[in-house]
Design a protein around this ligand. Structure first.
Ligand SMILES: [Zn+2]
Length: 832
């Protein structure tokens, strides 16, 4: 039988019943990977477990074929397996279950994923069990609160590297055993196997490993010093703030191909997307962003792995903490500064999610089944949750905040807990009135709005928002005409407006000068903002104002053309590259895309390009700002001959090297302009997996009917093509400058996307739906199609991305109706 996306998703009540009935003592897993090019591998699992009663239960197994099915030595009826679950009856007090069969290697990044490196033909495997994919590679009781001890025996080619959640012991002749030192939840059990290239080190008695495909060997060696240093600094940080040392023995980080998430916190063996082993020159901001991922995953070793959630409704406990502590750790323990990036990238992501119709509270979402929990794995669980914890740390103070956490780790180490357990631990550590605080911040969805208005010589700061009411810990700042930011006072802003008398010469009052809360921030009239914004050099203040501008565009209370003026005037003075990169992303992809009438897009893009060229000209050769500017120049260019010259290595600005990433950025832009030639030519000199992904994006972007038809087939039909190439085709397909050519595909998207759940599942299903959405076709007609689609029967994993993307589309259409009314006026503005 073949598992499909219809595989039964575990319901919460089933998990509760099974956890009350069973204790899983040990899992012994034998994998036969000796024929890694075959479609399937052999998997044999022996589970020893106790049951409190003889009533039946079930175990998950999503293989292709069962060869052995035995409970306590007696064969089970093969019909007890329905392709997804095996029904178990006649249980004894202590039981031994053996399930063996053939399981399929996957190509969607879940289960046991197989990647064949196009460069050297080597096969690389890694296992991704999150969220409910463990039964795709071994039989198990797949829920977070049935932890067990594990022992693996792996058979494979003798020249492989094999790593997992514990030290690997090589028995010789291609046989390895791995025995993780502590009980594990199924969702973070992993295996990484193949001819991976490794760099090892040691820090504070902990063995560190870095691994990547052999074809990335040189890049891994180049990046290893920074990775080892950051990893060591993060370990030291967590050892300082937590009472317990890192508990899982060795600490491996495997940079693996075709990975869907940024990284996965498997205890002792984190898997990360291999794009983090940079193939081109990286900026300090790129390294800072990678450091945040390293710190985030390591925080999970305590939060998630040492103490795991009981059920998926507490997924936020994992992600909000890892996000918050990861940012703090990087900022306090490494050379990288992270709160900027958190403010401009992550908080904006969360803000969009928190204003979508799909918004939900940070906590207590009561996921009815495992699959629906996956949908709340969003900007709210990460960024809003982290911002809320930042507020809690400010409210409780560090001693009580970390005191509560340490008590929680002590009490639940190697077990499971729920939100209420953590609240108890904080209460025990002396945090007052936590129930009210948690109701307002964690159990209530949406954002408050904090704004400044003028009354005589005073500034009045008011908060409007939700019930129960939130109190915000804020630093009020003032900006003078030279752009200098000064702190006025630290306040607790509740329902009572706050009256501030700004100092003489103040031009703007900033209600959240350190970007410490979770709210929509408005600083007053846009003319006042525009007078000082280009002169502000304080990162936090800049980020707060820029986020307010993006938010105001999305709520149709600020004209996109005015926002463009404001942001382009600001770019030259912005000190942080990550902010510059985000500004260029917004003005290129949004203000010159969906938020611009089609006939004005090229004119707007020309202004963006001119600003990028100015920044390039004023940047020092070889500097990070120069590289950031050059990337923006490429993405906004319509000058075929200049791009072609650069791609050929001619006339490049002094300080810019034609590394693989720059080369492909040029190829992709040339493709948008209609030049297909460089795609195949570049693939010849760069025959890598990464290059294939770039090529897929470039081909989908070509402005020809044939190219669009081929890309569409990749997006909407089943194939063996790696998921990342499909994502790239989605990204390349709808270009702001090609709306006429792709017009026929807009209704097709809405007609066809619903049936992609017949051949995709999990992450890939929703991600393709989101990335392929025709957001550049911002018109009332597209919106009508989208709304009609949402009334139809869509799988939940498809509905969520379509709801969210439609909300963004509606915002663009509303803005166009308000500020460029020729396209139609039947939509009422959303805000202010
Ligand atoms: Zn995480």
């Amino acid at each position: 039988m073949t598992p499909t996306s219809a595989a039964t998703s575990l319901r919460h009540e089933e998990a509760v019943r099974r956890a009350a009935q069973l204790v899983v003592e040990s899992m012994q897993i034998e994998l036969d990977l000796t024929a890694p090019t075959e479609p399937t591998f052999g998997s044999r699992t022996t589970i020893r477990f106790a049951s409190t009663d003889a009533t039946g239960t079930f175990v998950e197994f999503r293989g292709q074929r069962v060869t052995t099915l035995e409970l306590n030595g007696a064969p089970l009826d093969p019909a007890s397996w329905d392709g997804s679950r095996i029904t178990l009856t006649g249980l004894q007090r202590y039981n031994t279950l053996v399930v063996a069969g053939e399981m399929a290697y996957s190509n969607d990044g879940e289960g046991l994923h197989r990647h064949v490196d196009p460069q050297d033909g080597q096969t690389y495997l890694y296992a991704m069990s999150f969220l409910d994919a463990a039964p795709r590679w071994f039989a198990c009781f797949d829920q977070p609160d049935l932890k067990s001890r594990y022992r693996f025996t792996i058979r494979g080619p003798a020249d492989w590297t094999v790593i997992g959640n514990g030290p690997t012991v090589a028995a010789g002749d291609g046989v390895w055993t791995i025995a993780p030192p502590h009980p594990l939840s199924t969702y973070f059990v992993t295996l990484v196997a193949g001819r991976y290239y490794s760099v090892t080190a040691e820090h504070d008695g902990i063995r560190l490993g870095l691994h990547a495909r052999a074809s990335l060997r040189d890049q891994l060696r180049a990046e290893a010093p920074d990775l080892v240093e950051v990893t060591s600094q993060c370990l030291d940080y967590y050892h300082r703030v937590f009472d317990r040392r890192y508990p899982f023995g060795e600490y491996h980080q495997a940079f693996v191909p075709d990975f869907n998430a940024g990284a996965m916190e498997n205890p002792g063996c984190v898997t990360l997307r291999d794009g983090m082993i940079f193939r081109g020159r990286a900026t300090n901001a790129d390294r800072a962003s990678r450091a945040a991922v390293v710190a985030h995953e390591m925080a999970h070793m305590w939060f998630g792995d040492l103490v795991s959630m009981r059920w998926w409704d507490d997924l936020w406990l994992n992600e909000s903490f890892a996000e918050y502590l990861g940012q703090r750790c990087v900022g306090e323990a490494t050379i990288y500064r992270r709160w900027n990036d958190f403010g401009i990238v992550r908080k904006d992501w969360g803000s969009v999610a928190d204003q979508s119709p799909s918004t939900h509270p940070v906590a207590s979402n009561g996921a009815a089944d495992a699959a629906s929990a996956l949908q709340d794995f969003d900007g709210i669980s990460y960024a809003k949750g982290a911002a809320v914890l930042q507020q809690l740390a400010a409210y409780a103070g560090d001693p009580a905040f970390f005191g509560g956490l340490n008590a929680y780790f002590d009490r639940f180490a190697f077990g499971n807990a729920a939100f209420a357990d953590l609240v108890d631990a904080w209460r025990g550590a002396g945090v007052p009135q936590l129930g009210r605080w948690a109701d307002a911040w964690l159990r209530t969805a949406g954002m408050d709005r904090i704004e400044v208005s003028q009354a005589g010589g005073s500034s009045v700061i008011t908060k409007t928002g939700h019930s129960p009411s939130r109190t915000h810990a804020l630093t009020i700042g003032s900006v003078d005409p030279s752009g200098a930011v000064t702190v006025l006072e630290e306040v607790q802003l509740g329902d009572e407006p706050l009256v501030i008398t700004p100092p003489a010469g103040s031009r703007l009052v900033l209600p959240d000068a350190t970007n410490a809360t979770w709210a929509k921030i408005r600083c007053g009239a846009w003319t006042d903002v525009g007078a000082v914004l280009p002169k502000i050099r304080d990162d936090n203040a800049l980020v707060v104002i820029v986020n307010g501008i993006r938010d105001a565009v999305r709520e149709a209370s600020l004209a996109p053309a005015a926002a463009l003026d404001l942001l382009l005037a600001t770019v030259p003075g912005v000190p942080s590259e990550v902010v510059v990169a985000q500004l260029f992303g917004f003005v290129t992809n949004q203000l010159s895309g969906p938020y611009c009438p089609s006939d004005q897009r090229s004119a707007r893009l020309a202004r963006v390009h001119a600003a990028a060229l100015d920044l390039l000209a004023s940047s020092e050769a070889g500097s990070d700002p120069q590289l950031t500017a050059f990337r923006a120049v490429i993405r906004s260019s319509v000058d075929w001959s200049v791009l072609r010259d650069w791609w050929s290595g001619r006339q490049l600005p002094d300080g810019i090297d034609l590394d693989p990433e720059i080369t492909w950025a040029l190829v992709e832009r040339l493709a948008v302009l209609g030049d297909a030639g460089p795609i195949d030519e570049t693939l010849v000199s760069d025959p890598t997996a990464s290059a294939r992904t770039h090529a897929a994006r470039a081909r989908a972007a070509l402005p020809t009917t044939d190219a669009k038809a081929a890309a569409w087939a990749l997006i909407m039909q089943p194939s063996e093509v790696p998921a990342h190439e499909v994502y790239a085709a989605c990204e390349g397909f709808f270009q702001p400058s090609q709306t006429d050519l792709t017009a026929a595909y807009v209704p097709r998207y809405f007609r066809e996307i619903g049936s992609t759940d017949s051949f995709r599942s999990g992450w890939v299903l929703g991600r393709v739906a989101l990335l392929a959405y025709p957001s550049t076709a911002a018109s009332p007609d597209t919106l009508a199609l989208a709304e009609r689609t949402l009334t139809s029967d869509l799988s939940p994993l498809l509905r969520r991305p379509v709801v969210d993307a439609t909300d963004q589309l509606r915002r663009a259409v509303t803005s166009l109706a308000r500020y460029s009314p020729t396209i139609g006026t039947r939509f009422e503005p959303i805000g202010p």
